[in-house]
Write a protein that binds this ligand. Structure first.
Ligand code: HSE
Length: 322
């Protein structure tokens, strides 16, 4: 990547700034490792960009965890994804970017996925929206592969498409979007613990038993039914994971206590979001249980002197221009 454009030249060639919001997402959701994803309404990363003569340049990174986010465009998911879009569009210009993180890295809330999807989405607007949503997902998934140590598109798919997404196949890539029930309430609790996806992938088993496979297929199938039928109870009882969360539990202190507390206070399901450490809980948003669940899960960590942020949110529409 060429980031060496001179300042004087950039000023004369630069276009208007545009701005996009890229939301947090939760992935795996029990049985759907690397296949299920769900967009949240908030929090979001906000990415601004404008056309410059050439190269990709990050002029500003701010927000939670931004001190650890590289401005080097070769190792930043926003610019890696944006570069893929420019290449596919045959663009003969570069982009200057400002990144305002709303989702801190190593959270399990699709932080790098939001940056990648937002970078691809923004670059596509600057290119005259030449690429399809699926092409944007592939550009963003490439960035995820480079940054997080494994090709997975379960965060970037809902971040681009919104709603609940199922990756039926990676090769060839085939993703299905399903409109989740509007009353699927989501509580996110993020303790002050860092888990890098690349590390969390290293602790996974290489093989699974037929028994676990059968268990996952059954729960994954009923999850899809629950999302399509708007059956919150079916969704809740389908959040089951015999393989991945058990292997990662040791990376997230007190997660089992936190999940138990959520369930005792009316959650339909409580589970490790993505590769952790966030704890996701589903609840019926037609009730007012969301704030109570958030307080009770937070209290598990506060009692242990661990700071914990919470959000009470709902399914969202994915990346949008703001
Ligand atoms: N499916 C991925 C994993 C998501 O669990 O490793 C990472 O956010």
């Amino acid at each position: 990547m060429d980031s060496s454009t001179g300042n004087q030249e950039k000023i004369s060639m630069s276009g208007d700034w545009i701005r996009v919001a890229a939301p947090a997402t939760t992935s795996n959701i029990g049985p759907g490792f690397d296949t299920f994803g769900l967009a949240m309404n908030e929090p979001c990363d906000v990415i601004e960009g404008r056309i410059i003569e050439s190269g990709l340049e990050i002029s500003e990174v701010s927000g939670p965890g931004s001190e650890n986010i590289p401005k080097n465009p070769n190792i930043n998911s926003v610019t890696i994804a944006a570069e893929q879009v420019l290449k596919r569009c045959g663009a003969e210009f570069g982009i200057e970017l400002k990144i305002k993180k709303g989702i801190r890295p190593c959270s399990g809330m699709g932080s790098s996925g939001a940056s990648a999807a937002g970078g691809a989405f923004l670059a596509n607007i600057l290119c005259g929206e030449k690429l399809s949503p699926i092409e944007l997902i592939l550009c963003a998934a490439h960035a995820e592969d480079v940054i997080s140590g494994g090709l997975h598109a379960d965060n970037v798919s809902p971040c681009i498409l919104g709603g609940f997404t199922v990756i039926r196949s990676y090769e060839p890539f085939d993703v299905i979007r399903i409109e989740p029930p509007a009353n699927l309430g989501m509580v996110v609790a993020l303790p002050d613990v860092m888990v890098a996806t690349s590390d969390a992938r290293k602790v996974l088993p290489r093989e699974v038993s037929v028994k676990d496979l059968v268990f996952h297929v059954g729960n994954a199938s009923s999850m899809v039914y629950g999302m399509m039928a708007g059956d919150l109870k079916a969704i809740g009882r389908s959040v089951k994971d015999a393989v991945f969360e058990p292997a990662r539990v040791k990376l997230v202190p007190f997660i089992k206590e936190a999940e138990k507390e959520a369930m005792s206070n009316g959650a339909l399901a409580s589970f490790m979001g993505g590769s952790g450490p966030c704890i996701m809980s589903f609840y019926d948003a037609d009730t007012d249980l969301g704030c109570t669940i958030a307080e009770k899960v937070k209290a598990v960590y506060t009692e242990k002197n661990i700071h914990c942020d919470t959000w009470v949110t709902r399914p969202g529409v994915g990346c949008k221009r703001i």
